[in-house]
Design a protein around this ligand. Sequence first.
Ligand code: F6P
Length: 195
Amino acid sequence: PRPILLTRHGESQDNVRGRIGGDPPLSEQGEKYALRLANFVQKRLKSEATASIWTSTLQRTLLTARHIVGFPKVQWRALDEMNAGVCDGMTYLEIKETMPEEYQARKQDKLRYRYPRGESYLDVIQRLEPVIIELERQRSPVVVIAHQAILRSLYAYFADKPLKEAPHIEMPLHTIIEIQMGVTGVQEKRYKLME
Ligand code: F6P
């Protein structure tokens, strides 16, 4: 059985400020995670003949992957974080105060809610389809370095969670979720590399 390793990028400067979306660089903590992740991946995949590292096109995932050497890296636009449309760059508090109806609508139906000029979880799940097909086709391990909404959606698929739960799945920073698909179903391990 071949593992799929899922992780969010290291903490970004916008994670620190509580801003959503954007294309920020990593914070100091995030940089530390990039080093620890490389170390972990190198050890974990040492005995594998081949493996690949998949990222989004956003710099926080590229920066998180950059210390991993010896494996091909593939950038997927489909792995980019959910497009928050007019709310891109805002904090949740700013959304709540300046667009209370939008805030409430999202709270009521996080799966279907689509940001004005942006995306919903359902949109994201749909655009991830080619990534999922390709992931299932791979015969060697894949490390996916992506974003909160993206990883919730991928994880929900592989762990067979109901769609409705996907937007609420806990997906902490600085943690690797290892999924193994075997004949008896899906097995999962978590590695928390930093507090
Ligand atoms: O805050 C980080 C982030 O990746 C945002 O860019 C994104 O909009 C958000 O998480 C998705 O999480 P939620 O669906 O809970 O708002």
